[in-house]
Design a binder for this molecule. Sequence first.
Ligand code: SUG
Length: 459
Amino acid sequence: MTSFATDATREVNFDGLVGPTHNYSGLAHGNIASASHRGLVSNPREAALQGLAKMKALHDAGFAQGVLPPQPRPAVELLDRLGFAGTLSDQLAAAWAADPAIVRAISSAAAMWTANAATITPSADAVDGRVHFTAANLQSSFHRAIEAPTTAAALSAIFADDSCFAHHEALPATPAFSDEGAANHTRLCAAYDAPGVHLFVYGRHGLDRGRATPPESRRFTARQTLEASQAVARQHGLAAEQCVFARQSPEAIDAGVFHNDVIAVGNGPVLLYHEAAFAEEETVLAELHDKLRARGTHLVPVRVAREDVTLEDAVATYLFNSQLLTRPDGSMIVIVPAECQRNPAVAAELDRIVADHANPIAGYRAYDVKQSMDNGGGPACLRLRVVLSANERAAMNPGVLFDDRLHDRLAAWVERHYRDRLEIEDLADPSLLDETRNALDELTGLLRLGPIYAFQQIG
Ligand code: SUG
């Protein structure tokens, strides 16, 4: 099927292509799926093909789809800095002998969850009329903090034209400015090219300003800070009337809501959320209502009550880690993980939402992304939303925009290069490093990106 009108401003969903080292290392703080699947055998080939199948289905349904490349793993260049010497094989072996946790971390394929890659402000909201990007520092964990430089390089290569695109430096990688990207950011608007209101959701305060801080989560430390969200808004030139800063409820964080996109999703004027998402629900909703009204539109809140879906079921099924997409007729569809269909309470809630004509959500579709889900990544984690005008789409690198031909080439590439079974011990295998480098070297050609990876510049 052809895509929606090409002259319109559209939301393009850039999905992360799952990398060849996808594994279950149990690395992610506050992420219950990651902890509970630790040590299991993964299937990188299946993971990548599941992701590609979702991209193809959404492209076929007429949605604009892009793809972001995986990062080179294991990130052996870090081994020098960590004091390991010798050839790459020697370094890997020495690191594994010294501390397998180092090798597990530098081998993570976590860059697949591109909702954490960056925060984006569309040009309609920026005073300089450009699209603004800030790569997330992801400083909460070692395995993800190492993503930022390559993410920034990839985004700069794809959105290179500086008359249309502005790239900001990632925030200082320190707990006070802990930033997890678009997973904690939602833009609400009447239409993609209309002025929007930016909902930034944070879990804790980063800096001590001598005032009483509200109670924090206890079981898990929140990842996003208010100071980080405010700094990104400043970088992008957003004014106070364009922003709402909302605190996550500590209860939700402790129940496994490590990003806001595990408990809320927005699109256009619609905010689908669980009643336990925010610390001060009424205040947040009132501020969103006011600020959207000032921009000429009305918020459409779709609230899911605890009595209908418990917080535990929301986290277990990832109901809210769904993609809420606008169809050509203006109605919306929710793309949910297959796990939602298997939970009767969640399936019933989806039916209720679809039947309720007070909101524009007219259907839902479930996709199997289980390899990703088992590490805590649903459909929404796997995509970075970038709202682009026709002019901006023409100015970006077209090699990463999805079509049938790219799908077929990527699927064949995965079949050629990926293993169908990976155990944690395999991460220390030097041939996995060679396989990954060969695969990624070929991929940058397929995506017409040029040599974006550091290893491609050596010798
Ligand atoms: O940061 N999991 C990721 C999942 C990110 C999901 N993203 C969004 N909600 N937007 C994380 O917790 C697991 C890696 C491992 O355990 O091997 C991991 O990093």
